[in-house]
Write a protein that binds this ligand. Sequence first.
Ligand code: SAM
Length: 384
Amino acid sequence: MRPSLARVYRIKSFTLIFQHKPSFVAANHHQRTPIYFSSLSSSCPNLQIRKPQTPLFLRAASYSATLPDLKKWHQWATSLASSVGSTLVDLDNGPDSTLLLRELNWLIQDSFQDHHNSFIPQLPTTEFTRTRVDSQVVKLRVGLDELYRLWRQRVEERRPFQYIVGCEHWRDLVLSVEDGVLVPRPETELIVDLVSNVLLKESNRGLRDGLWADLGTGSGALAIAIGRLLGKHGRVIATDLSPVAVAVATFNVQRYALQDVVDVRQGSWFEPLKDLEGKLGGIISNPPYIPSNHISGLQAEVGRHEPRLALDGGFNGMDDLLHICNGAASFLKPAGFFAFETNGLEQCKFLVDYMDRNIKGSICNVSIVSDFAGIPRFVTGFRQ
Ligand SMILES: C[S@@+](CC[C@H](N)C(=O)[O-])C[C@H]1O[C@@H](n2cnc3c(N)ncnc32)[C@H](O)[C@@H]1O
């Protein structure tokens, strides 16, 4: 198994880290099971859910190409990646050639049916072996023309690699992602550990079988991970305003056979939870928190391609955090837990001060928790 590799997208005061582990990690697990769309639905009866994109590595290998043609593509793709050097790093902390070449290998792994067979054989030396190699075909999950198009999009248009292959590896999950849905970040993984620690405490036993909410679920990453932690009567309601996010989260919930545990609802923050005031055992959220005027300076992969709805937190990035914080005070039941992700120390302090001034009587044990990089990232606490 290859080690996981992280890409760091930096802009001014915040860091966005992307991670892609090769899909063969998933090959040993149940993730490579077939997916059926016919029953795709959410709890919103009027919502037209479009079919999400199937991750590349799960598609049927219904294309083929000859080895010489693939070799030509590989040479072209390698030289395009190599031509980048470190120019994008200097420009906006984008990927360098080394990272792009690594991604090229991952693209090969995801799109070739049998990536263990080297598709770039040594040049044949005799007429006989040359003829054999020239006539050899490789089964692909995507056509050769599409491979050219995808790699051009990655390098020249800066389309995030996760959108190219249609998935992201996050904790022990392989989540489908596509344009219109935020790629889940490694730092958000820690929220699952924070919840896990809370659930392990005997005094919090009631929360294990309780009702949880993941507000702004995106790909459904947090809702799915928390759903897997809960006891047999526990439930998660995952909300998002974006119809694309709702479709992708619903699809991911189905892939992990959690339809009875995770209920995906479309709507703004607490609006789809109207009937649950004072009843939630936990609320988790990674809302948009980037200040509006920072968006244009983001790394192109993020600013140009990821949905603004998932990034823009208003003037100082606090609009949604404050809204969620206020709602948590009324939607959590006594002793209910909350964990919110922020942009860093400044926003953590802002949120804690706000809680102190506005909802002090309703909450307790408020803490600021750092992420794996040591950056203060999360605000956690309990309902009184
Ligand atoms: C930073 S992304 C987080 C996505 C996911 N939870 C994750 O960690 O990968 C924020 C999410 O909030 C959603 N969102 C933005 N405004 C919203 C609103 N008013 N109500 C519900 N969700 C909203 C976005 O569509 C996006 O999916």
